[in-house]
Design a protein around this ligand. Structure first.
Ligand SMILES: C[S@@+](CC[C@H](N)C(=O)[O-])C[C@H]1O[C@@H](n2cnc3c(N)ncnc32)[C@H](O)[C@@H]1O
Length: 211
C-alpha cells in the first residue's frame, strides 16, 4: 500500500531529481555521525535510498567510500540516478527488499550499511528481517547506522512523533514506531552490539557492530 507521509508531495524536477525535506534536514547530523564512525575508505550498502539525496551528499563528503544505493522499488531509481550524475563512486541503484527474510544471501559483505527512516514504515517481522540482514552482510569490523524515530520505553517522545505514529497505524495497523529496546534485542540476538546516539528532532541513530 502507498503510505501518506510528510514528504509524499515531493515532485521530481526536470532532471528527475526529487528533493525530500526530511532528507535535506537530517543529512548534516547523519554525515557528522558517519564521519565519526567510519574509517577513511570502504564500500557502503545503503538500504531504502529513496530520493538518492543521501547517496550523493555522503559520497561527495566521504571521498574514500563507494556507495551502493538500493530500494524496494525501481520507481526510485530515476531520482537516485539523477542525483548520482557526475559522482562515479555512487553505483547504479539495485533492488533490495529489506523486509524479505533471508535477503542478505547473495549480497556479500559490506564495510558499512546505512538505513534511514524505514523501520517505522514496515511491520515488525519485516523489521526483524531488515535487522537480521544487516547483521548478516556486515563485515567483522564493519559498522551499520540505522536512523529514524523510535519509541522509548513504549512511548513517543514528542506530540509530533505521537501524531505521526498514530497516522501510520491508522493507515496500516501493522506498522508504526518500533521501541528502541526491541531494536537492541533483535540486534543482540544476531551477535551485534549497539551504541545509540540522540539526534535532532527526537530521532535516534543506532551504530551497530559485530561482537
Ligand atoms: C521515508 S523513505 C526514506 C528514504 C531515504 N532513506 C531518506 O531518508 O530520505 C522510505 C524508503 O524506503 C523504501 N522502502 C519501503 N519498503 C522497503 C523495503 N521493504 N525494503 C527496502 N526499502 C523499502 C521506500 O521505497 C522509500 O524509498
Amino acid at each position: 500500500m502507498t503510505l501518506t507521509l510528510p514528504d509524499s508531495g515531493a515532485q521530481p524536477g526536470p532532471d528527475g531529481r526529487i528533493t525530500a525535506a526530511s532528507a535535506s534536514r537530517n543529512a548534516g547530523p547523519i554525515l557528522d555521525l558517519l564521519r565519526a564512525t567510519l574509517p577513511a575508505e570502504g564500500r557502503m550498502l545503503e538500504i531504502a535510498s529513496g530520493t538518492g539525496q543521501h547517496a550523493r551528499a555522503f559520497a561527495d563528503a566521504l571521498p574514500g567510500w563507494t556507495w551502493q544505493p538500493t530500494d524496494v522499488t525501481a520507481e526510485r531509481f530515476a531520482s537516485i540516478t539523477a542525483w548520482a550524475t557526475g559522482q562515479d563512486r555512487v553505483l547504479s541503484p539495485r533492488l533490495l527488499d529489506a523486509g524479505q527474510p533471508g535477503w542478505a544471501g547473495g549480497w556479500g559483505q559490506w564495510d558499512a550499511v546505512l538505513l534511514v527512516n524505514l523501520l517505522h514504515l514496515i511491520p515488525e517481522p519485516a523489521c526483524t528481517a531488515a535487522l537480521n540482514g544487516i547483521a548478516a552482510v556486515l563485515a567483522p569490523q564493519g559498522r551499520a547506522l540505522v536512523y529514524g524515530p523510535f519509541l522509548r520505553d513504549g512511548l513517543a517522545t514528542s506530540p509530533g512523533d505521537a501524531a505521526l505514529d498514530a497516522s501510520l497505524r491508522a493507515q496500516d495497523p501493522a506498522i508504526g514506531y518500533k521501541d528502541q529496546a526491541w531494536i537492541t534485542a533483535r540486534l543482540e540476538a544476531q551477535g551485534c552490539g549497539v551504541d545509540w546516539h540522540q539526534m535532532p528532532a527526537n530521532n535516534l541513530a543506532a551504530v551497530i557492530f559485530k561482537i
